[in-house]
Design a protein around this ligand. Structure first.
Ligand code: SF4
Length: 476
């Protein structure tokens, strides 16, 4: 009989199960890569707790991925399986940043990119020889493994196809864990390889997962141009969204080509309307453009029929109490099609985390259970010019004031006209309402239970794989 591998993407909080609303759900693509590298005599199932309840079915090996805010839930799941004698392996960003914390709750931790070590993990599991740590290396994307898309419940995700054309980022933003984890390397897949992947799928709508589809530097931009041209030459007729840097607006030829190749929405990290905040975040490219020119950036991209969804981070040291009204006003005045508001969150291992810790400004530090509050909707530190409550209430107000039913509808109409696509209107309406719902649900649930839940769950000390816990590692 085949052995069974269960791959799990946990929710942030078990009581918030199925909490990520459909329009903003993205399948856990890392698990698809791991599945593709598992020998064919293993039966594999992927369970994404954002789309289905975890029934704790039987398995021979359980692989879990986690970022920071769902790490406590990952530990809970691992604890359940280990009680039943089933081996557990944890990978993903959080375990890679804090492997000494993670190993207390699982049998093995994969640090870094799992692709280079996963076949070894499976072999060791088959021979009952799992090691505590596996150090993954940065893999070359020249021969990228194809996903096991067949293992996702694609009907539960708004966009069915998620394509990665590059990994890493050479920039060094203070709050970002990408560079902490992978250094400043930037790796790209060959254009022909990406085009073949696109050609192989029948789905029309897709999302490029790269942090910046144009990449970094002249060579990367030329590659993006080759990709857009290739999509046209092969008549792929796709409709896509991408993340891109703010300098997307500077080259009108690239904008025209992207639009022709099917670009519908560009997600851009504006981050802050305050140059002081941009400086402390080390957002070099945004600073070069200058926050005072952001409206122009939105206008130039939208003039080409490409919709703009902006990301803003509130609570930086330069933000005063008027930041909420200013952000709301900017989103509405610039006619930006969608907006994602986050509260500045110090993820472990980042320079931001280290700075706030040094300044004695971290508020929720009973790790690991407090990691669940590090999901970008809560103030987990003392802001400089307001109280944590004022920061949370202000961020909620921005969502309420920009994404009410009436405003979302009017903005979506505008998006449909601008992109000459009714689908563009529908997608932006779902996006804005989706983020608003997600935000409010998180606020009501997690914040209401914040103080009372801190001691709810204590990891079972008898399950730790070390004689004693590494206090230094737990408290980071
Ligand atoms: S926030 Fe974006 S630009 Fe900055 S380091 Fe992270 S991935 Fe790169």
């Amino acid at each position: 009989m085949n052995k069974k591998l269960l791959l799990i993407n946990p929710v942030q909080d078990a009581r918030l199960s199925l909490g990520i609303v459909a329009p903003i759900r993205v399948p856990p693509i890392g698990l698809g890569y791991v599945a593709a590298l598992t020998p064919s005599d293993w039966e594999i199932r992927i369970v994404d707790e954002n789309v289905e309840h975890l029934s704790f079915e039987d398995a021979d090996l359980v692989g879990i991925t986690a970022y920071t805010s769902n790490a406590p839930r990952a530990y809970e799941i691992a604890e359940q399986y280990r009680r039943r004698g089933i081996r557990t392996v944890l990978g993903g960003v959080h375990a890679s940043l804090l492997p000494d914390e993670a190993i207390q709750f699982v049998d093995s931790v994969v640090i870094g990119e799992a692709e280079s070590v996963w076949p070894q993990v499976v072999r060791d599991s088959e021979s009952n020889g799992l090691k505590h740590f596996y150090q993954g290396q940065l893999i070359s994307l020249e021969e990228c493994v194809k996903h096991r898309w067949d293992l996702y419940k694609l009907q539960d995700y708004h966009t069915k196809v998620h394509v990665e054309t590059a990994r890493g980022c050479p920039m060094d933003c203070e709050f970002c864990s990408v560079t902490t984890l992978y250094g400043r390397s930037y790796r790209q897949r060959p254009v022909e390889d990406v085009l073949s992947e696109l050609e192989a799928t029948d789905y029309r709508n897709l999302l490029f997962m790269d942090d910046n589809i144009l990449g970094h530097g002249e060579i990367a931009e030329k590659r993006a141009i080759r990709l857009f041209r290739g999509m046209l030459e092969r008549r792929l007729n796709k409709r896509w969204a991408c993340q891109v840097g703010i300098d997307f607006a500077t080259n009108s030829d690239v904008l025209k080509l992207a639009k022709k190749a099917g670009c519908l929405v560009a997600f851009i990290g504006f981050e802050s309307l305050n140059d002081e905040c941009l400086k402390s975040m080390n957002k070099v490219r945004n600073l070069k453009v200058g926050a005072s020119n952001y409206k122009d950036v939105v206008r130039r991209i939208r003039d080409h029929g490409i919709l703009v969804a902006g990301a803003f981070v509130l609570g930086g040291d330069g933000d005063m109490k008027d930041v909420f009204d200013r952000t709301t006003q900017f989103i509405l005045d610039s006619k930006m099609d969608g907006a994602q508001i986050s509260i500045l969150t110090p993820l472990p291992g980042t320079r931001l985390y280290n700075r706030l810790k040094q300044e004695g400004r971290l508020l929720l530090t009973r790790y690991p259970s407090d990691w669940k509050h590090y999901g970008f909707t809560e103030a987990v530190f003392k802001p400089k010019h307001m109280t944590p409550d004022e920061l949370e209430e202000g961020a909620t107000r921005v969502y309420r004031d920009t994404c009410s039913m009436v405003k979302s509808f009017k903005r979506a109409l505008n998006s449909a006209v601008q992109s000459r696509s009714s689908y563009g209107g529908v997608i932006m309406f779902s996006y804005n309402r989706g983020f608003r719902t997600f935000w409010l649900r998180n606020c009501w649930h997690i914040k209401d239970t914040r103080s009372s839940r801190i001691d709810d769950w204590q990891p079972d000390a008898s399950l730790t794989s070390r004689e004693s816990c590494d206090e230094e590692a737990i408290s980071v």
